[in-house]
Ligand binder design. Structure first.
Ligand code: WTA
Length: 642
């Protein structure tokens, strides 16, 4: 299997949006040779504009603007324009809660829900340019909240429900949000995960927030603060179902999404309205080959960029029927996903390699009991997919009939950048294959010099693309320094990759201090800063450790302040501490105590060595710059904690 090539079947190609390599190549060439004509044409065809743009794009590195002078509204594009067509009664969202409750929401119904909630926001005095933090479980009101904000031009920032009160607080503060939209809680593995208490805790230090709107999902006991907190339903009862969509500048920020960078402070990635919407819409057709009759399911939580682009904005703008599921994949049994595919006859299924690996481990008996024959296309995102996982996904889930689109992109890129067009591109398992139209990918060395075939290097994107992020919230300097300084004029992705003799890209992973745990980005520095906030910790160094299921896990090296400690107990306490400071998904798998950390003479922690220790428990290579070789010796001989 590993070196095999999978060309599209004639049957798939015949019905696909892009059905041949010639078609792909001509689109790609045009997008690079005549970018203004190409993107202008796409924007005209794919989106509804209130006012047409005057200039397609303006690139003054590192600043780019797309469709200047154009006015549109993302909520209008995702809902209203479908109401003028037969789609008005098409199901937009099929939702299933973890306990088994379900809802079907048509585009018409979605319109009513969004307008009503937009009117709620309006009546709280919110207007274009204001900021809303959204901290909710995976229920239909979550996309409704996003779309209601977009309708009024309120910039939203979704904080994944797994983040702690502390993480929520720093995001609210950085954004100076006026409103928090949340719920009493949600369901996960049969238990209620409460959300409102974390909001209350965060808000003890957030003066900007005047209103908290709380959806009743679980109905459990929830404390409400008079004057500040309001029930969603209660406010909604007063409002009407008409709310015109605000004409927004194409460049107006649609949302901010915080993601981990190489420092302890998360970065607020700012996305635009017009460019973002255009490319998320187009990739639904290019990559997912979406047809009107499809049932499409992206398993990502809306708290991450995949949920924004491929559960809300892209698919709804493209008029899709989307399945949305609230809970855990293995509740009440490990076959929940296969049960859902069978029940709703899902055609397109998009998930992460971590999920695939855990399904593989649980065994073939779980999918075997279900009819998965409705599937026609599979997708993967977030991490490189290893051959064993690819093969299992292809055979057991796809029945050897469904192409797998391995989609490479990032929070910063907004939309998929490197991926197959499944009716055109031959697949090579483990490769994201070729760049999409408008994506001028390249590989360079440390000096920025382009590399040849099969050489490993840094992945950069040279020409700007419409869905590219525009800046970092409150930190334009960091935007420039982080991404555009290393290779002049080009965007540095932070990933290493190789390009083979056919021009196919093979992503090797991050080259910076960002870990990838279950497809979630987590910075080593963020975990280190959390650890050193603990009173017993003097110093900490964190590295990603290869993990069979989650890709990487969090491994910590900790030196303690003077004192008597029970290391076993403290190890457990520190894991819990990190979970509380950042969120449960960041909980370290391993804490190792050490008397000192290996450092260079200039005092920099030698992470490469630590990575080697956690990977192989031995160290090779050049260690002559080490400050104290005995530290290294002690670390290497130290056995795993658990
Ligand atoms: C990694 C998620 C290999 C990569 C959409 C990137 C991938 C980071 C793939 C972005 C893939 C994403 N193959 N690696 N198909 N997709 N990555 O911002 O390291 O959460 O830089 O966006 O995930 O993670 P983010």
């Amino acid at each position: 299997m590993p070196n095999e090539i999978y060309p599209p079947s004639a049957e798939f190609a015949a019905r696909a949006h892009i059905g041949s390599m010639d078609q792909y190549r001509s689109l790609y060439q045009r997008s690079l040779n005549q970018p203004a004509e190409f993107w202008g044409e796409m924007a005209e065809r794919e989106l509804a504009w209130f006012e047409k743009w005057t200039t397609v794009f303006d690139w003054q590195p590192p600043q780019v603007r797309w469709f200047m002078g154009g006015k549109l509204n993302a909520s209008y594009n995702c809902i209203d324009r479908h109401l003028e067509t037969w789609r008005r009664n098409k199901v937009a969202l099929i939702w299933e809660g973890e306990p088994g409750d379900s809802r079907m929401i048509s585009y018409q119904e979605l319109h009513r829900l969004v307008c009503r909630f937009a009117n709620v926001l309006k009546s709280r005095g919110l207007k274009a340019g204001d900021r809303a933090i959204i901290y909710m479980p995976m229920v239909p009101e979550l996309p409704v909240a996003l779309l209601a904000c977009a309708r009024l031009g309120i910039i939203h920032s979704v904080v994944f429900g797994g983040f702690s009160a502390e993480a929520l607080k720093t995001r609210i503060q950085d954004l100076e949000a006026q409103v928090v939209i949340t719920a009493d809680g949600g369901y996960r593995r049969g238990r209620e995960i409460k959300l409102k208490p974390a909001v209350d805790e965060a808000l003890t230090e957030c003066e900007s927030v005047q209103n908290v709107i709380v959806l009743k999902r679980t109905g459990s006991e929830t404390s409400m603060r008079e004057g500040r907190d309001h029930w969603w339903d209660h406010l909604g009862r007063e409002e009407g179902e008409v709310c015109p969509a605000e004409p927004m500048d194409s460049e107006a920020p649609l949302f901010v999404l915080y993601t981990s960078g190489t420092t302890g402070k998360p970065k607020g990635i700012v996305h635009s309205t017009g460019g973002y919407l255009l490319e998320t819409t187009l990739t639904m057709k290019w990559v997912f080959d979406l047809r009107d009759e499809d049932i499409y399911w992206c398993t990502a939580d809306v708290g991450w960029v995949t949920g924004h682009s491929y559960l809300v904005y892209g698919p709804l703008s493209a008029g899709a029927t989307c399945l949305m599921y609230e809970g855990a994949p293995d509740f009440p049994q490990p076959d929940r996903f296969w049960r859902l595919i069978d029940k709703y006859r899902v055609n397109i299924f998009y998930t992460s390699p971590t999920a695939i690996r855990s399904f593989l481990k649980q065994g073939d008996q779980w999918p075997a009991g279900h009819d998965l024959s409705s599937l026609r296309l599979l997708g993967s995102v977030g991490e490189p997919i290893n051959p064993a996982a690819w093969d299992w996904y292809y055979r057991v889930i796809g029945g050897e009939r469904c192409p797998i689109v391995d989609t490479w992109w990032q929070t910063e890129t907004g939309a998929i950048m490197i991926a197959p067009m499944p009716g055109a591109t031959s697949l090579k398992p483990g490769s994201g294959t070729l760049p999409l139209p408008g994506v001028e990918a390249d590989l360079v060395d440390l000096q920025g010099k382009p590399l040849g075939a099969n050489q490993e290097g840094y992945l950069v994107l040279r020409h700007p693309w419409p869905s590219m992020f525009r800046t970092l919230w409150n930190d334009p300097q960091r935007y420039e320094d982080n991404y555009f300084k290393k290779v002049p004029g080009a965007y540095m992705t932070g990933d290493a990759a190789r390009r083979d003799e056919d021009g196919y890209y093979w992503i090797l992973g991050r080259v910076d201090d960002v870990m990838n745990v279950s497809g979630h980005r987590l910075s080593t520095m963020e975990v280190e800063s959390a650890l050193v906030r603990h009173p017993a910790v003097a110093e900490a160094a964190v590295v990603g450790k290869p993990h069979e299921i989650t890709g990487q896990s969090v491994a910590c090296f900790v030196t303690l302040k003077k004192g008597d400690y029970d290391e076993q107990q403290l190890g457990g306490e520190l894991k819990q501490w990190v979970a509380k400071e950042i969120g449960a998904f960041a909980r370290p798998e391993q804490i190792r105590f050490t008397e000192a950390l290996p450092k260079t003479r200039s005092g920099k922690i030698m992470r490469r060595l630590l990575r080697e220790i956690v990977t192989s428990n031995s160290v090779s290579g050049d260690v002559t710059t080490l400050e104290d070789l005995s530290v290294l010796a002690r670390l290497s001989s130290h056995q795993d904690e658990d």
